[in-house]
Write a protein that binds this ligand. Structure first.
Ligand code: NAD
Length: 328
């Protein structure tokens, strides 16, 4: 079994590959893994085991179709994580998001088609659904993205759907809620707040802090992706969530408690443009069809994540303060 994983120098893809290589997914213990990653500011070579025998690392861009056509033959499956992933950056500069998330995904699918790779999982996000005031999204909910990031992911989902409908590609899509865990870039809310507090700095809280997100530990997300890769049906979308809905203010207070800080560490900042109020996922399909269940409780997962950042300043300080290229 040979699996090609795009974007696996980033947060979630690297967790998936580390787990895969350590034998964490039954039936895939001998998998050979090729990682294709452009090493943007978000990619970090140090997120992957340097010299693992079953890992090959290729630095390259998913927008480079000739490279994909050279690389893909001989692989049994592609798990596609590569994306521009930070909403705030998409508000300032959307072009890279459309280029990589829409154009790059189309290239990946085209290369899968032309080279005869048998199976693809396209990793997407619940943000494609927009914002929901009450209830939870099922997979048939309309796509109503509100930010350039979410719109580019929705575009990639529709391109993926078209490659299933038109070409019959053996493809499934996952849509997951917000992830947290080790190795997440400190531009994202939870690691930004943890690392600021570890440095004795304030944390910037958007608006009134009442925006609600559903949180899932990265390990549970990756297990869901693996289940979909192994047993998911072609042409289907699978939501992956954890049921842990929290306001940003609640998350902030929990982190203040875990790090021994008080209210004075909160700095209120103007709300994010297009800030979705609430995300909530109905994940009954993946539970009933594939037997998925998250294993990490939010309280334990968050405490472990705080400890990981406390114990690993050598990882996050260069990433946060701009010397990341030295860590590649
Ligand atoms: P990340 O930003 O940490 O990592 C993205 C990786 O993709 C980086 O290693 C980067 O170098 C690589 N990359 C970017 N552009 C590339 C290109 N053109 N060619 C090749 N590689 C490129 O992102 P993440 O948080 O690990 O997210 C991974 C995937 O999961 C994304 O598709 C994202 O939309 C999705 N997702 C993320 C979350 C979350 O909470 N982080 C939730 C649901 C879904």
């Amino acid at each position: 079994m040979r699996i090609l994983v795009t974007g696996a120098a980033g947060f979630i893809g690297s967790h998936y590959v580390r787990t895969l290589l350590s034998g964490g997914y039954p039936g895939f213990e001998d998998a050979e893994v090729t990682v294709l990653d452009k090493l943007t500011y978000a990619g970090n070579r140090a997120n992957l085991p340097a010299e693992h025998q079953r890992l090959s690392f290729v630095e390259g861009d998913i927008c480079d179709l000739p490279l994909l056509l050279e690389l893909f033959p001989g692989h049994d499956a592609v798990v596609h994580f590569a994306a521009e992933s930070h909403v705030d950056r998409s508000i300032e500069a959307a072009a890279d998001f459309v280029r990589t998330n829409v154009g790059g995904t189309q290239n990946v699918l085209e290369a899968v088609l032309r080279t005869g790779v048998e199976r693809v999982v396209h990793v997407s996000t619940d943000e494609v659904y927009g914002s929901i005031a009450e209830g939870s999204w099922t997979e048939t909910w309309p796509l109503e993205p509100n930010t350039p990031y979410a719109a580019s992911k929705a575009g990639s989902d529709l391109v993926a759907r078209s490659y299933f409908k038109t070409h019959g590609l053996n493809l499934s899509i996952t849509r997951c809620s917000n992830n947290y865990g080790p190795y997440q870039h400190p531009e994202k809310l939870i690691p930004l707040f943890i690392t600021n507090l570890l440095e004795g700095r304030q944390v910037p809280l958007y608006g009134d802090g009442k925006n609600i997100r559903e949180w899932l530990h990265v390990d549970d997300h990756c297990r869901g992706i693996q289940l979909v890769l192994d047993k998911g049906r072609a042409g289907e979308v699978y939501n992956i969530g954890g049921g842990n809905e929290r306001t940003n203010l609640e998350i902030t207070h929990t982190l203040l408690d875990l790090l021994g800080a008080d209210e004075s560490a909160i700095r209120r900042v103007a709300d994010r443009k297009g800030h979705d109020l609430r995300y909530s996922i109905d994940e009954s399909k993946i539970q009933q069809e594939l037997g998925y269940a998250p294993l990490t409780s939010f309280e334990q997962g968050l405490a472990d994540t705080v400890n990981w950042y406390r114990d690993n300043p050598g990882w996050w300080k260069p990433v946060k303060h701009g010397a990341q290229s030295a860590a590649r």
